[in-house]
Structure formats: structure tokens, C-alpha cells
Design a protein around this ligand. Structure first.
Ligand code: DC
Length: 215
């Protein structure tokens, strides 16, 4: 059984998908973590983000894994835990160089599918119901107003990022929405077989309960 949850940044996907996976005893697959981890690798190596041939080669030598631990799923890049390092604004700002290239997406999607082999899973991202798992049994789309999404993201980032302002977060989110929905390669969009939820006025626990009923 595969359940997919797609939607824009800050729509509550991650919290909801993680809780849902835990409640059902399914594996949680954070597809964004794959884009984040490879972006971090390219930044660390110092590859020119516009050099697709080199990025492709680098990706061949890259291993990204999700491992379960007591405190939740951890992200490993070439055997090292990068769960926190992949969430910095610098990484977020560079992801579009990776996420916009079909050849790189193809390889990352393969790794995401491999992560779900032989198990039931809840996958979340931008294209999990449309591209990664088109035959998933249940497909959800979570949405929320951009200001509410920025507020959520701001509160999250306050704990880790010095000097961050709400206005910065709102601007970054609008830019990312535009990139995620308008790129040619697997843009964020809702398929006909998706169930839509607006989470603006709902707490994550309430969303989980509604999704569980649908499942
Ligand atoms: O869900 P997130 O914020 O960790 O995702 C970070 C970025 O990764 C997102 O803005 C676009 C890209 N992404 C993608 O292109 N496809 C996915 N399935 C998941 C994320």
C-alpha cells in the first residue's frame, strides 16, 4: 500500500506524512530530502550548479538513504547523517538547479522508489502522486494560504537560523511556489485522482484524523 501526499512548502505535508506513517506502521519517504541531500553534496564539492554533465556524474557516485531512528527518520548522504545540514536556507536556495533537470530527477526518483520496495509507505513531496508512485492507492494534496505557510516555516526556522525575518521567509516561499509549479520537469500539480485538503485552519492532528478516515 502506497499513500502519497503532495503540496507546496509549508502545507503541513511533512508533519502529517510522518504522523500518518507512524500510526499505520508504514515507512515514511520524504522525497524532498533526496533533492536537498544532493544539492548539499554539489555545494560541498563545489560543482558549478549549471554544469549538468558534471552533476550527473556526481549523482552516480552519490548514495542517499532514509534511516529510521527513535526520534524519526534521518537522512544519510554517503553514509553520513545530514538531517540538519540539508535544511539551511542556502541549500533551499540552490535546490532549483537540481529539481529543474529531468535527467537528475529520474535518478533521484529511482532512489525514492527503491526506498519503498517491499513495504507499505507514505511518501510526500511535489510529484509523488503524479510521477514517483502513479499507481498509489490513495493520493492527497495538502494546501494552505501562503501567509499561513510562511508563518509555519518562520516558526520552524526561528529555532535554527539567526536573523531570519518573516518577510524573508514569505518572499522565499513565493519564489519557491513559482519555481515548483512552473518548472517543466514534474511540476507540482494536482492529478484528477487526488483528494484535496486546505489545512490553513487545521492543526496537523486534525488533518491526520481526516486522512485516516479517507484511507
Ligand atoms: O519538501 P521540501 O521543502 O523539503 O522540498 C524542497 C524542494 O525540493 C522543493 O522546493 C522542490 C524539490 N522537490 C521536488 O522537486 N520534488 C519533490 N518530490 C520534492 C521536492
Amino acid at each position: 500500500m502506497i499513500i502519497t501526499i503532495d503540496g507546496p512548502a509549508g502545507s503541513g505535508k511533512s508533519t502529517v506524512a510522518q504522523t500518518l506513517a507512524k500510526r499505520l506502521g508504514y515507512r515514511y519517504i520524504d522525497t524532498g530530502a533526496f533533492y536537498r541531500a544532493f544539492t548539499l553534496k554539489a555545494m560541498r564539492v563545489g560543482v558549478n550548479m549549471k554544469d549538468e554533465a558534471l552533476l550527473k556524474q556526481l549523482l552516480q557516485e552519490t548514495k542517499i538513504e532514509l534511516r529510521n531512528s527513535e526520534g524519526g527518520t534521518r537522512v544519510f548522504l554517503d553514509g553520513k547523517d545530514v538531517s540538519e545540514a540539508i535544511r539551511t536556507p542556502e541549500v533551499t536556495g540552490n535546490i532549483h538547479y537540481i529539481a529543474s533537470r529531468p535527467a537528475l530527477r529520474e535518478r533521484l526518483v529511482e532512489q525514492q522508489r527503491m526506498a519503498s520496495e517491499g513495504v507499505s509507505a507514505v511518501a510526500e513531496g511535489r510529484d509523488t502522486g503524479t510521477v514517483v508512485f502513479p499507481s498509489a492507492e490513495r493520493k492527497f494534496y495538502l494546501d494552505a494560504g501562503v501567509e499561513e505557510r510562511a508563518r509555519r516555516r518562520y516558526l520552524e526556522l526561528l529555532e535554527t537560523t539567526k536573523g531570519i525575518t518573516y518577510q524573508d521567509v514569505l518572499e522565499e516561499l513565493k519564489k519557491r511556489d513559482e519555481r515548483d509549479t512552473s518548472r517543466e520537469a514534474s511540476p507540482l500539480k494536482m492529478g484528477d485522482d487526488f483528494i484535496y485538503f486546505d489545512t490553513t485552519d487545521l492543526a496537523p492532528e486534525e488533518v491526520v484524523e481526516v486522512l485516516l478516515k479517507k484511507i
